[in-house]
Write a protein that binds this ligand. Structure first.
Ligand code: G3P
Length: 219
């Protein structure tokens, strides 16, 4: 199971990489725009800041334009996974890229049918947007993850499901419970994964007991 940081901020990526358990990075045009740098320069820096996959999205909306941009992005490094929107043109481009062995991530998935077509196009990953679906109707995002998991398993698709558009820790944990292959989440959610108030309380008691006994750590 992979955990990706959903960010194009180099500061955030370097901070998360230092934790030692981040498996890669996903970006999107909104995140790249917020970073305020040239796209290729930024991607080169992100690629050198992480060892894992880096999802980078095309901006073109026609098949040939997407293919040209995807080929450009993929030559930036072996880690690059080209993100394409789940449109008619995006799915057609994904099919070609899959035949060229270029890794793809079909994004903006909001239905089981879209997820099915992404898998049939040979996508490496698909990204269902849980939070944006649940902004419309509660539970729909989690239901989509669950239906996708069942369909991919039933039909033996190799496409990996990345639960995306996480709004809070509960989204992350339910995605893991459903058995997705990966979750991508912003820094403020990933920061919470290692924390629990009972851990803090328990540690404080251990240390208080130790110091009360006037023990010294052997060295
Ligand atoms: O990067 C794709 C996805 O995670 C975006 O999330 O929060 O903009 O809906 P959000």
């Amino acid at each position: 199971m992979q955990i990706f940081l959903d960010s194009a901020s180099l500061d955030e990526i370097r901070l998360a990489e230092a934790w030692g358990w981040i498996d890669g990075v996903t970006t999107n045009p909104t995140l790249v725009a917020a970073a305020g740098k040239n796209y290729d320069e930024l991607l080169r820096e992100i690629i050198s800041a992480t060892k894992g996959p880096v999802s980078a999205e095309v901006i073109a909306t026609d098949k040939n334009g997407m293919l040209a941009q995807a080929r450009f992005l993929s030559q930036l490094g072996k880690q690059v996974v080209v993100k394409l929107p789940c449109t008619t043109e995006g799915l057609a481009a994904t099919r070609v890229l899959s035949q060229e062995k270029i890794k793809t991530n079909v994004t903006l998935i909001f239905s089981l049918s879209q997820g099915l077509l992404a898998a049939k196009a040979g996508a490496t990953y698909c990204s269902p947007f849980v939070g944006r679906l649940e902004d419309q109707a509660p539970q729909q995002g989690e239901e989509l993850l669950s239906h996708l998991r069942t369909a991919y398993d039933d039909y033996h698709f190799q496409t990996k499901i990345i639960a995306a558009s996480m709004r809070h820790l509960a989204h992350f944990e339910s995605a893991v419970g459903i058995g997705v292959d990966a979750v991508t989440a912003p820094l403020h959610i990933l920061e919470k994964l290692s924390k629990h108030h009972l851990t803090d309380l328990g540690l404080q008691k251990f240390l208080d007991d130790w110091h009360r006994a006037n023990l010294k750590f052997p060295n």
